[in-house]
Design a protein around this ligand. Structure first.
Ligand code: TYD
Ligand code: MG
Length: 457
């Protein structure tokens, strides 16, 4: 009897598998997301009848597991190492997602270049660009050592056999959406192809200890295209993002089995490839207006690194009945909440004004420590007073107008001092955590009313 190929339905959003089509996915509740695809061939079929074959695995005691010092290797880029949690873990699998043209291929090629010159054997598999195109990109980046090998291939089986034969220290797959397995009938980039490719690569990474970097495209919503399981399967998920119009790029970890996910790495795209930005605060504060109303500098912690940014607010009389609020780079609802606090607890008449809040430089800041700076910026624009450009403000604002504690206050003050700020306004409750206040004047506040009054007096 002829065996017909079985097909199943997958949810494009979350990878939920079903034997029949459904309008709404029971897994993620999204509508019209099911696509029909051939089922992946099961490896190692079960014997029919009798005992199924089960390989014997023995459990081990936790204390019996020996820990060899996790030797991480540097990628030659401090910013990338920081996001990875202190370097590349051998045998790990890293997914790098991002918009087209943001610089994913450039970042990974630069990393390969550094690793290759450190004597590691590297395989760069490209399914998107021809060898000549890669060569052209490499020309811009600089000189490459001989231990970097390139492969233009989209067939998963060939990629697998090359990796198995060469056993490189690290391999880059650019991109997972171009890889395909002949045994699966669907087009490259479809849910089952992406899932199968990731599976195979995962086995290679864990089996022969190759570190694998995967490039992933992102969807309109900004998630890595393909099933969510992709993100579950890999060890680390990094997103490379940035404003299309600004030259700097931010590398952010959203999942990391070997480190914190708060860290960010900052790069700048130049003609010769990506350059690391070691001091993002300085970079972000260049060109800020001197003594202008509505502009306040604050400090937000990103992992271990404090970053200084300028908060801008513009308040004007509303032309229509309903005031308009717009925020860029910060949470819209949070700004509404802060405006309500300002109105009720600091006596500012914000009911009939439009308000626009912007984080300069296209940064995104959602840490509550920026609350106070947003409030002061709005008050400054409304009352038309200026906050001296040598002053920095941070603190969380509560619904009763109280200024609440923030973490790592000392580090924030230190960073402000390093960049030449003379005054820092911070929560009263942080007083005990400040150990060194030499060379900078600290203004402690406990209520939003006092904070606004300090700058208007
Ligand atoms: P690329 O790495 O191809 O992006 P992705 O792989 O994420 O799609 O980056 C392409 C962009 O970067 C392109 O717009 C050109 C720019 N670029 C530079 O500005 N300088 C350079 O040295 C390189 C290699 C690229
Ligand atoms: Mg690319």
């Amino acid at each position: 009897m002829m065996k017909t190929r079985k097909t199943v339905f997958f949810c494009k959003e979350c990878g939920y598998e079903s034997v029949k089509w459904m309008g709404q996915c029971p897994g993620c509740r999204s509508w019209n997301s099911f696509v029909e695809e051939p089922a992946a061939a099961k490896s190692g079929s079960r014997q029919s009848g009798g005992q199924p074959f089960v390989p014997v695995s023995e459990p081990v005691k936790l204390k019996d597991i020996t820990l060899d010092r996790e030797e991480r290797s540097g990628s030659g880029m401090a910013e990338l190492d920081r996001v990875l949690g202190g370097g590349i873990v051998p045998g790990s699998m890293v997914l790098v997602g991002g918009d087209p043209g943001i610089g994913k291929s450039t970042l990974l090629l630069q990393m390969c270049r550094n690793l290759a010159s450190a004597g590691k054997s590297i395989l760069y598999v490209s399914g998107e660009e021809s060898l000549r195109q890669i060569r052209m990109r490499a020309e811009r980046i600089g000189s490459f050592s001989d231990s970097l090998e390139l492969l233009c291939e989209t067939n998963l089986a060939s990629v697998r056999s090359v990796i198995e034969k060469r056993k490189p220290d690290a391999a880059v797959i650019d991109s997972i959406q171009t890889m395909y397995d002949e045994d699966i009938g669907s087009a490259p980039g479809s849910v089952s192809q992406v899932r199968e490719s990731t599976n195979v690569l995962m086995q290679l990474a864990k089996g022969i200890g190759v570190t694998i970097f995967i490039v992933g495209h992102v969807t309109k919503e900004g998630n890595v295209a393909g099933p969510r399981v992709l993100e579950h399967m890999v060890d680390t998920v990094l997103y490379f993002e940035g404003d299309r119009h600004a030259s700097y790029r931010i590398l952010r970890a959203v999942k990391n089995r070997f480190g914190s996910t708060n860290e960010i790495g900052v790069f700048e795209m130049e003609n010769e490839g990506l350059k690391e930005v070691e001091n993002p605060s300085e970079y972000l504060l260049t060109g800020r207006p001197r003594d202008a109303s509505g502009s306040v500098v604050t400090c937000s912690m990103n992992g271990t690194r404090p970053i200084l940014v300028e908060i801008q607010a513009l308040v004007c009389q509303t032309n229509f009945g309903i005031p308009r609020r717009t925020t860029v780079g910060t949470d819209f609802n949070r700004v509404n909440l802060l405006m309500a606090v300002l109105e009720r607890k600091a006596g500012l008449a914000l009911g009939q004004v439009d308000a626009y809040v912007n984080i300069a430089g296209g940064m995104k800041m959602t840490e509550p420590a920026v609350d106070l700076a947003i409030c002061i910026a709005i008050a400054s624009s409304l009352r038309d007073f200026t906050v001296p450009d040598s002053a920095l403000v941070f603190g969380e604002v509560g619904l009763s107008g109280e200024i609440r504690a923030v973490s790592q206050a000392q580090q924030r003050v230190q960073e402000a001092k390093k960049l030449g700020f003379q005054t820092v306004m911070l929560p009263e409750v942080c007083r005990s955590s400040i150990r060194d206040d030499s060379g900078i004047s600290l203004v402690y506040v406990s209520h939003i009313r006092d904070a606004v009054r300090y700058f208007t007096k």
